[in-house]
Design a protein around this ligand. Sequence first.
Ligand code: NPQ
Ligand code: MG
Length: 365
Amino acid sequence: MKLTGVELRRISLPLVSPFRTSFGTETTRDALLVRVVGTEAEGWGECVAMSGPLYSSEYVDGAIDVLRRFFVPALGGSVSAVGVAPALARFHGHRMAKAALETAVLDAELRAEGRPLARELGAVHDRVPCGVSVGIMDSIGELLDAVGGYLDEGYLRIKLKIQPGWDVEPVAAVRERFGDVLLQVDANTAYAVSDARHLARLDPFELLLIEQPLDEEDILGHAELARLIKTPVCLDESITSARSAAAAISLGACSIINVKPGRVGGYLESRRIHDVCVAHGIPVWCGGMLETGLGRAANVALAALPGFTLPGDTSASSRYYRTDITTPFTLDAGHLPVPTTPGIGVVPLPDVLAEVTTSTEWLPL
Ligand code: NPQ
Ligand code: MG
């Protein structure tokens, strides 16, 4: 399809409650939306970078800059979704920015052809089981109230954010109060291999997994830790491509992988990671980056692939936002429906979008 231009749109959405992790506390989601305008259709992509380089090196102003100066000009006037990654291959890194642009082109192309993203990716389910990620709290009582509320809403799996000083105690308290609920933890790189004996104290709680306990570059450390604890090690930040996934699996650094399309450069690379993991018998699940309905719709499509055998961080819109920018995703018996209409299957609601937009920029092609 011929593309006429790309719009970069910054939005700011207040979170329903502060979300605290080992890297900081977020109270609003400042996100970047990419809209590509083609001759036959337009398409949307959500860039999952945070406003600061806290989860990874990427951040919103950096994504806008690299899109404006390098990625959009390199696209040229005519490109297909499968051509986006090759057109940007000479540029290092910036996978979240690349993913947003590729997703927008893919959405436009699929809309023009009347094909839903889920079918295009190879989805085999029409709804996906959902988990929820629960931030670090000021007290155990506050945590138990939050977890109880999410279980009442129907979430099928609880993930607790942990860090040194907030790990064994919250896990023990949730197990004690809520019994054998599906439970896992995410450290966002907050530990060192020397913490292995401490992390082994989580062994008795039969967690589904521990996500990214060590530094993102510490693949051998994760392999060593995996031998010292019973809880299965899952990698998030460390996995940036199908190649790095294959290496981590071969080195014994993880037995489960969290796939976030933004982190790995898009939905096409996400499918390759899925395929690598299925070939190795490694379960995958879909992570989350506090997406609006736009990013959420595409994540739900991905989570419907056959290898996604664990509930994702694909929570309902209401987990994060009082008003989403799309028709909200709502939980039905712990599941979200996979969109069935062409492309990612959703579009922003114009009035809400206008209200949350803080700036826009048009890049002609
Ligand atoms: C994770 N997500 O799995 C991430 C980390 C994360 C749902 O736990 C603003 C934007 C705040 C993105 C906080 C979940 C965020 C964010 C945490 C991503 O590691
Ligand atoms: Mg994580």
